[in-house]
Design a protein. Sequence first.
Length: 616
Amino acid sequence: MKHIICLLLVLSVCFGGIAQTQLDSIQSLDEVVLSDVKLKQYAPGFKIEVLKDSVLRTNAQSLTGLLAFNSNIYFKENGNGMVSSPSFRGTNASQTAVIWNGIPINSQLNGQTDFNTINTTHYNDIAIRSGGGSVQYGSGAIGGSIHLNNTLLFKPHFDTTMRLGYGSYDTKTGSVSSAIGSDRWSVNVGLAYNASENDYPYLGTTKKNVNGAYNNLDLNLNLGYFISDNDVLKLYHQHFIGNRDFSGTVATPSQSHYEDKNYRSLIEWSHLAKAFNYQLKVAHLQEHFKYFGTQSTSNFSYGKVNTLIVKPSFNFRFSRKIKLQTSVDYTKYDAEGTSFGTPSRSNVSATALLNHKVSRAFSYGVNLRKDFTSTFSNPLVFSVDTEYAVTKHYSLQLNGSRNYRVPTFNDLYWQPGGNLDLIPESSYQVDLGQQLSFGFAQLKLNGYFIKTSELIVWKPNSIGLWSPVNIASTQSYGAEIEGHAEVHFKSHYFKLDGHYSYTVSEDTNTKKQLIYVPFHKANFSIAYSYKKLALFFQHAFNGDVFTTEDNLKGRLTSLPSYDVSNLGLEYSLYNKGNNTLSLGGTINNVFNKSYQSVAFRPMPNRNFNIQLHYKF
């Protein structure tokens, strides 16, 4: 497979030399403002849903709330504001990739991203890409990927947005963001703060959520500058600091405390031309946590990982119909921690992405990737996708792929229990999608099948010690429906969004549904605005889930289905030119339902939030 890297390098150099004579002015701002070009240009056969600013504002405090009410993804939370894990098409949390401006940010310790540590306030859009994405985004992108995108606007502008909120359980929120720029430079900066005592009562009992307080601070800084007519330099930085008391269960209170810090920096240089673009990304990521068994002790366990990514990529336009992107990436991981020592890992990957738009109605993509990792061997992965517009209003999408997930540092080195003999998980999948579009309305229907082998599972060994092993084989299949509609009538505006998913995710040996994967999940939202008034209603349904591998319905082995609804209202107090001031309120769990997404960890009762929003 070393010949693959050599071939890609030769192609990059040769075509780069040819294309130097074909430089032209910038064709489109897409490549200027969007760092994750692969998401838009090399995925014609994949289902992608983009959540814009109006949707982000309704669930701005965390990524969990946003996606639970606006996607097909199922979440389990260890209580409000605690650790939140996604299940994407029946896969587990470590098989869902989170991509920040084109860079994977899943933890190298446990392979996951805690969605309650992602504040959505300062992102211009959040995209949901369903299906395998290991060719484009590497390890873990098996069920799908979530893309957090910051865009830079290169034209004269100056905008500032401020939000202040207060709600139940002494919850305080505040954020400020500003964007300023010209034709040659652009700056976005934002700061967001969330804090809560989080001491909500457990409905139907005399108890309440103790030791559940949290606070976090999120800083975003994004800069862009044209150093020439064809070269743009960009800097993205995110700084997150969180403090949480980990609440316990109904039966067992907790006194533990958790501190985490995440730093992400990305420098990107792009050369833009008609026939040949190239880009260099250099990123540094750091994740750092401290865990205190009790708040009264100064003793703690800790873990830290530094990640360096160097990613040159080359984009060739052979014609208006054929595009090719090649890249050779280098990634270095250095970790240290109380329970796993000081492991390190390096990885080199070679990727080739081809897109061919045969006609206005038909296009396809062929993609390959090979990784060379210092600690084990990775499989060659691929994806093939196509899109065909049958009519003006009806189109078909089809994709198939092989994907993988490497063992994490915890899997390999955790003491006691780590297993150095683990090999990467391997997965195959196919996805068929149909889309109907009539201007004001859009309907998507997808069916999929995912087969995963060598699944890494932590199990007790012969002496009772929990240790990870490559033992399980699973398959997931199901159907998803997604619908959107917008209607404008004079000063009236209506927007309707809905999702439904049917998911079978089972162990291929036992044929039993995996734990915490509902067969049925659905949500819908209705938004309405008239002149100064805007309101929304959103509702989520989650079906029964099993909580043990026995798969027996009952009080101790399964959780019943539940419905949760939120209601929001906003009124414009002042609107003149670019200056707007509005006052809004939200009622969460409006029908005061008692529910749990993780066994013995109740979620909040009916609660309120009031917010002041000023933009100038």
